[in-house]
Design a protein around this ligand. Structure first.
Ligand code: PEP
Ligand code: MN
Length: 346
């Protein structure tokens, strides 16, 4: 931690700042300038985490040297984390595509979607049973019935299922059916929910909140990991900005930033980022080129009949075309689609 003092800080104030830091068990290193003093705090920085340093008289700014997230940080892991997903895994060399409808609507549509996306190369099925809708009057999902449909389709198709958990009261119920628990953008900072899924040992797909910084996202992952669950998959799904041409703004740079900051797998959700069908393929290709470990894509047998997110859902031929178009990007990134033999890295 580095403390920068205000211009014209008095010797008494400097003594007080130094005493305060040293009384917490850290050492200080003073660097006196003409107008300001820079105080380096040496020792266990976590001892300063809960001290309101900016309110000490004479303090102008405080800069962290160490990352506030530890378990999620690249510095704390020797290897990238790989999260198992059925017979494949996310975060290794293979690119994993997770596809399916926004909402589980009926057994037939889910089964048809699972069969199609699997044969086109997807390795996991998505589908919401509990839906976080912006309006309370919109379809809220099938609830437990939807979870049962997901479990049936998993056993018939062999695809592991990813589904959202919205509330701490539903965690055990959703975990009894799902292979991966999705925490949605609106819940990324629901710390009770993060703590609750952290108690499980089931993978968690954590979506970036629409106004969350990358640090916020990594701190949310830290909540889950601090409870002992290290199986966290991060998801860039677009953030809110001033532009209205797309549903959200796909923060492409977040992918390489995250890959540098953390050892956790990173996937991209081009469906919610773009919000329109024609944007899903180009955003998918860009995500792979930027280093994403996987994609989360909405697919529906009849998008115009979808109960949620139809405008951004691909139909079956569109999904197949996307998967075909994806292969050169995957190969150029020195990777392979999870369904295929790995490409040799020179
Ligand atoms: C979803 O995956 O359907 C969803 C609701 O996503 P998000 O939380 O990113 O809006
Ligand atoms: Mn959706």
């Amino acid at each position: 931690m580095i403390i920068v003092t205000k211009k014209g800080v008095t010797p008494d104030q400097l003594d007080h700042i130094r005493d305060r830091i040293e009384s917490l068990g850290l050492r200080t290193h003073m660097s006196q300038g003409e107008h300001r003093t820079i105080i380096g705090c040496v020792g266990d920085e976590s001892l300063l985490q809960h001290i309101p340093l900016l309110s000490i008289p004479g303090v102008e700014a405080v800069h962290e040297v160490l990352k506030p997230y530890k378990l999620a940080s690249q510095d704390f892991a020797a290897e990238p984390t790989e999260v198992a997903l059925g017979d494949t895994c996310l975060g290794g060399r293979d690119v994993v595509v997770i596809a399916g409808p926004c909402s589980v609507e009926a057994p037939e549509m889910l089964m048809a979607t699972a069969e199609h996306v699997r044969s086109a190369g997807a390795r996991a099925l998505r589908g919401g049973a509990f839906k976080p809708r912006s309006s309370p009057y919109s379809f809220q999902g099938m609830g437990e019935e939807g979870l049962k449909v997901l479990a049936d389709v998993r056993s018939q198709s062999g695809l592991p299922v990813v589904t959202e958990v919205m509330d701490t009261r539903q965690v055990d119920l959703v975990a009894s059916y799902a292979d991966v628990l999705q925490i949605g953008a609106r819940n990324m900072q629901n710390y009770s929910l993060l703590t609750e899924v952290g108690r499980l040992r089931r993978p968690v797909l954590l979506k970036r909140g629409m106004s969350a910084t990358i640090k916020d996202l990594l701190l949310a992952a830290e909540y889950v990991m601090s409870q002992g669950n290290s199986k966290v998959i991060l998801c860039e799904r677009g953030i809110r900005t001033f532009t209205t041409a797309t549903r959200n703004t796909f923060d492409l740079a977040a992918i390489p930033v995250l890959k540098r900051e953390t050892h956790l797998p990173v996937v991209a959700d081009p469906s919610h980022a773009g919000g329109r069908r024609h944007l899903v393929a180009p955003l998918s290709y860009a995500a792979i080129a930027a280093g994403a470990d996987g994609l989360l894509i909405e697919v529906h047998p009849e998008p115009e009949m979808a109960t949620s997110d139809g405008d951004q859902s691909l139909d079956f031929p569109e999904f197949e075309a996307l998967m075909n178009g994806l292969r050169p990007f995957v190969a150029a990134a020195g990777r392979a689609l999870a369904s295929e033999p790995a490409v040799a890295i020179p």
